[in-house]
Structure formats: structure tokens, C-alpha cells
Design a protein around this ligand. Structure first.
Ligand code: ADP
Ligand code: MG
Length: 292
């Protein structure tokens, strides 16, 4: 969740406590490509994200150690690796939560993410899903999505002012996509764990991110929910770039469809990269990770 969304959520909860949350859909909308410091990311070479040689130390311990990663526009990349490998720290560096000691992180060809604040990084088109679902439990599914749409206060929002019909359509579209089309008025707190995860993904989608970072999205989900989540991510591939950190190998297998690259992180660096079947057969990977 972005700082803006947290703030908007707190406001909405206050209003909710006093009266019903207003149902009008005027106000802002989010859309990828908003200008942050006059920057428009340049994706003309087909690269969405470059992580170039980043190192992060915590009291001398290197959580990331010259890490390199390149994600193409529309690519779905799975990242695996044992606990402590640095997967979450990597996402922290991309989203501005942690600043690396050295190296660069860029979005497209031209946007230096290390110069932007967390909220600016979200605004320029990078959405992040944390491990635990963070939805507004007292609000309905619809209200959560509405809030995610309104959290954006960029000048562009005014362009959308009269497009409440389009916004409603978009909310409906996203609800269908996240399998919550029948649950619009249901209080988010009453959803299953898996449904809450989907709702949060839906909230990210309302902001139309170019790149989505998903940290262990199926942890705690039932097999059926996991299966549906894989279908959801596969349907987002192409329109968005997705970086998925996950331990569930069956899920990773489903996502990669036997043809996509998997990255294995270990001790803050890339240990191996290739097809899941290849990295699973890689001796060093077996040693540090799969062999346990
Ligand atoms: P992963 O997500 O792959 O399990 P993390 O990125 O969470 O790994 O952590 C990588 C390493 O960095 C771990 O050894 C962890 O204990 C350490 N670490 C992460 N964040 C901090 C922090 N804020 N302070 C100190 N050590 C940290
Ligand atoms: Mg982690």
C-alpha cells in the first residue's frame, strides 16, 4: 500500500465511523504514466526495470551483494531463494523503502528510482504487494477499490472528474478479474485470506501500474485459491510486468509454463537464472535451497 492510500484509508475509516461512506465516484483516478518531476519513463527498448549491481548492508552484513536483475516490459518473472536470500530487501530497494549503498535502480531507460521517494515511485507506475494483506477491513470490496482509485491526487485526476462511468466500469472489471464480482458489498474483513490478497491486488490494479511486485502472494492460500491466483497473474502478464517472489514451486511452475526465466537469489546475489527445470537441476541451487 502506498502512503497516500494509507492516508486516504484512514480518512475513509473516520468518515465511515460517522456515516456511510459516500458512494459517488467523482474525484481522482489513477493512471500509469503520470508525471513525477516531469519524468515519463521511456520503455522504448523493451526494458521495464534495471537493478544494476546493488549492495545493501545492515551493520556490515550484506543483505544484497552486487545484485543484478533486468525485467522486460510485460514480463512475468519469478524469484525464488531461501529465507534471508534478500528477496524482500530487493523489493525494498525498488520501491524506495531502503536505499542501497551502491549500484543503481532504473525504471525504463531514464528514471533513476534512487532519486525518487516511495510515493513518487508508486505514482510513476510501480505497485507493490506485501506479504500480509493490507485492505481496509471495515470497508466493502467496492469501497476498497474506490479508495484505491481516489488515492491518486495528481493533476491528471481532474481529467477524470466527469468519467465516473468509466471509473465504475473499471472497478467492475477489476472485481471480475479478482473473482470478487459477486462480493462488491461484502465487508473486506469477512473475506477469506485468499480473497483479501486478491482484493489488495485489485487495489494495486486500480492504479494501473506498469510494474507489479508481489512478495509471496499465495502464502496461506488454499490450493484452489493458489490456482486462481496463477490464472490471474497469467492474465496480467503482457499488460504489466510482474515480479513474483514465491516459495511454492508448484505455483512457480504454473506461472512459468515451462518456458519463462526464474531467478534464484542466494546471499544477496543471483545464484542461477533459467528455466525452472534447469535451476532445479542446478547443483548449487539444490545445495543451498532445494536440498535444504
Ligand atoms: P528474504 O525476503 O529473501 O527472506 P530479506 O530480504 O528479508 O530476505 O532479508 C535478507 C537478509 O537481510 C536477512 O538476513 C535479514 O535478516 C536481513 N535484514 C533484512 N532487513 C533488515 C534490517 N532492516 N535490518 C537488519 N537486517 C535486515
Ligand atoms: Mg521475504
Amino acid at each position: 500500500m502506498t502512503p497516500e492510500l494509507m492516508e486516504a484509508g484512514a480518512e475513509a475509516l473516520t468518515r465511515h465511523a460517522e456515516a456511510d461512506v459516500q458512494k459517488d465516484s467523482s474525484g481522482g483516478s489513477a493512471s500509469f504514466g503520470r508525471l513525477v518531476h516531469g519524468l515519463t519513463p521511456d520503455f522504448s527498448t523493451g526494458v521495464a526495470l534495471y537493478v544494476d549491481d546493488i549492495t545493501v548492508s545492515f551493520d556490515g552484513f550484506k543483505a544484497l551483494n552486487n545484485l543484478n536483475l533486468m525485467i522486460k516490459v510485460g514480463e512475468l518473472r519469478c524469484i525464488i531463494g531461501p529465507n534471508g536470500a534478500g528477496k524482500t530487501t530487493m523489493m525494498d530497494c525498488i520501491t524506495g523503502k531502503t536505499r542501497p549503498d551502491s549500484g543503481t535502480v532504473s525504471f525504463g531507460q531514464n528514471v533513476d528510482l534512487l532519486r525518487l521517494r516511495e510515493n513518487e515511485i508508486a505514482e510513476i507506475g510501480i505497485g507493490r504487494k506485501f506479504q500480509k494483506p493490507t485492505v481496509f477491513e471495515q470497508l466493502s470490496v467496492f469501497e476498497n477499490l474506490e479508495l484505491a482509485l481516489k488515492a491518486d491526487r495528481s493533476p491528471r485526476a481532474s481529467l477524470w472528474h466527469r468519467l465516473s462511468g468509466a471509473q465504475l466500469d473499471r472497478i467492475g472489471e477489476v472485481m471480475t478479474l479478482i473473482h470478487l464480482g459477486q462480493q462488491a458489498q461484502r465487508q473486506a474483513g469477512l473475506l477469506s485470506h485468499g480473497q483479501k490478497q486478491w482484493l489488495e491486488i485489485g487495489m494495486l490494479l486500480m492504479q494501473d501500474p506498469k510494474l507489479l511486485l508481489l512478495d509471496e502472494p499465495v502464502a496461506g492460500m488454499t490450493d484452489e485459491e493458489t490456482e486462481r491466483t496463477a490464472e490471474l497473474f497469467l492474465s496480467l502478464e503482457g499488460q504489466h510486468s510482474l515480479v513474483v517472489v514465491e516459495h511454492d514451486m508448484h505455483f512457480v511452475d504454473q506461472l512459468t509454463e515451462g518456458k519463462k526465466t526464474v531467478t534464484v537469489l542466494h546471499e544477496g546475489s543471483v545464484l542461477a537464472e533459467g528455466l525452472l527445470s534447469d535451476v532445479q537441476a542446478n547443483e548449487r541451487v539444490v545445495e543451498v535451497y532445494l536440498g535444504r
